[in-house]
Design a binder for this molecule. Structure first.
Ligand code: URA
Length: 284
């Protein structure tokens, strides 16, 4: 019996998924995964998170200073500049703003030169009550065309990473430091980051997540206002204004350096532990 086009496409998808798990050193783990849909339903509840029997209660909103994680989670990192007003001044730690209000305020933005070449503003996507936020650098060509973050090749890898955690994209929130595509996918320049990042800070405060994962150096350096290299801090819990923040490699880097996927998987397991998500042990 010949395979239909749908069968071939499905088999190819499964093959890619297995390859991904193998790259992570997790080959047998997919077989006994808990159904993601049963987990994701619970994750949509803003009040409490119950995953695989373990309860993680969402705290009532506290001032971020009172909600500081234990000292071991905090590392002090030299700020980019100690003079002048902090970029963080734009962020409201006890935000009552909705993402829609922030999006409205952004409008058809012309605050920096990136607006000249963009097709679509890529504001962010996902659960407005997410406990987990991924922050990337800026939209690429696919994102600029579709208006959604991480939908190109790097985005497909990010989706696989999220699914390997037992989650779906709609469980988490995904956004970028800059909302418009830098021409030729160059890094955003400091004036562009300065113009756009206040909107990121407001998004983070509106969602008030339990964990923020910075994908790559731009997100890490922007949130911590540092010019230090991400390499010393990757995989470590850091403190971003009372939020637990963990920097890891950008998926685009992983496409060029697949061997680094195992490090990222270790980082994501830390995040899973923090969120009370079940971590499957590698079968012997
Ligand atoms: N890279 C990013 O940093 N963000 C995207 O949205 C896509 C690729």
């Amino acid at each position: 019996m010949s395979e239909s086009a749908a069968d071939i496409a499905r088999n190819e998808k499964i093959k890619q998924r297995l390859q991904f798990y193998e790259d992570l050193g997790l080959a047998p783990f997919y077989r006994d995964r808990v159904s993601p849909s049963s987990q994701s339903l619970q994750l949509h509840s803003p009040a409490s998170l119950s995953v695989s029997g373990s309860q993680v209660m969402k705290q009532p909103p506290l001032p971020k200073s009172a909600a500081m994680p234990p000292a071991t989670l905090s590392r002090s990192i030299a700020p980019l500049s100690s003079s002048g007003p902090s970029l963080f001044d734009a962020a409201n730690k006890l935000s009552t703003e909705t993402l829609l209000q922030i999006r409205d305020d952004l409008g058809e933005c012309t605050r920096c030169k990136l607006h000249n070449a963009r097709h679509t503003i890529v504001f962010g996507d996902g659960n407005p009550k997410a406990q987990l936020i991924f922050v990337g650098e800026g939209p690429g060509a696919d994102e600029d065309a579709q208006g959604l973050p991480f939908v190109g090749r790097a985005g497909k890898l990010l989706t696989q990473m999220i699914e390997a955690m037992g989650l779906e994209r709609r469980d988490v929130y995904i956004c970028n430091v800059v909302k418009c595509r830098p021409p030729g996918n160059r890094q955003p320049e400091p004036d562009e980051v300065a113009a756009c990042s206040p909107f990121l800070f407001r998004q983070l405060d509106s969602i008030n997540p339990k964990v923020i994962v910075c994908l790559g150096a731009t997100a890490f350096q922007t949130l911590l206002q540092t010019n230090r290299s991400i390499s010393h801090y990757r995989g470590q819990w850091l403190d971003y204004r009372g939020y637990k923040m963990l920097p890891t490699y950008h998926p685009a880097y992983l496409l060029r350096n697949p061997a680094a996927k195992a490090d990222v998987w270790k980082d994501l397991q830390k995040v899973m532990a923090e969120l009370g998500l079940e971590i499957k042990k590698k079968a012997k």
